[in-house]
Design a protein around this ligand. Structure first.
Ligand code: SF4
Length: 159
């Protein structure tokens, strides 16, 4: 990170890639993609005063073209699969996906054996963070955001 101070100056030295990643992890613009009850129980809480994604630099956007992170919450049906992929393709790189709840992770506790249900969002698009639960508590989603931040720093965006 930005840890070196140039001797005898007020300058702090660091790599441009580290600076970029630092700013990325602290300004994650997110798109809510709610498909079922997890969207109400977990996702909507993020914008409330109690959890307040804004203080983590997160900003809710309603378009994939301005979003870094897609939060998929709920049951993904085959009918929605193409739309999900299409939304993902519209997001600029680097883009991230979080699967929230059992349904988004593997089809869920109730509908996993239905012919209409995709058994996990990662069958359609790559997922970076999984937040298990039915539904997960909002605190778990916030923890997932912190895990994503670590992943952003570890991944290195400029090769
Ligand atoms: S994991 Fe549970 S709460 Fe979440 S969408 Fe599925 S059934 Fe609903």
């Amino acid at each position: 990170m930005l840890q070196e101070q140039a001797p005898g100056t007020g300058l702090i030295l660091g790599k441009a890639g580290d600076l970029l990643n630092w700013s990325r992890k602290n300004s994650i613009w997110w798109m809510a993609f709610g498909l079922a009850c997890c969207a109400i129980e977990s996702l909507m809480c993020l914008n409330t005063a109690r959890f307040d994604m804004d203080r983590h630099g997160g900003l809710l956007r309603n378009t994939p073209r301005l979003s870094d992170l897609m939060l998929v919450a709920g049951t993904l049906t085959h009918k929605m699969a193409d739309i999900t992929e299409h939304l993902y393709e519209q997001m600029p790189e680097p883009r991230y996906v979080m699967a929230i709840g059992g349904c988004a992770i593997n089809g869920g506790p109730f509908y996993y054996d239905s012919y209409t249900v995709v058994r996990g969002v990662d069958k359609i698009i790559p997922v970076d963070v999984y937040v298990p639960g039915c539904p997960p508590r909002p605190e778990a989603v916030m923890f997932g955001i912190e895990q994503l931040k670590e992943k952003i720093i570890a991944r290195g965006m400029i090769e």
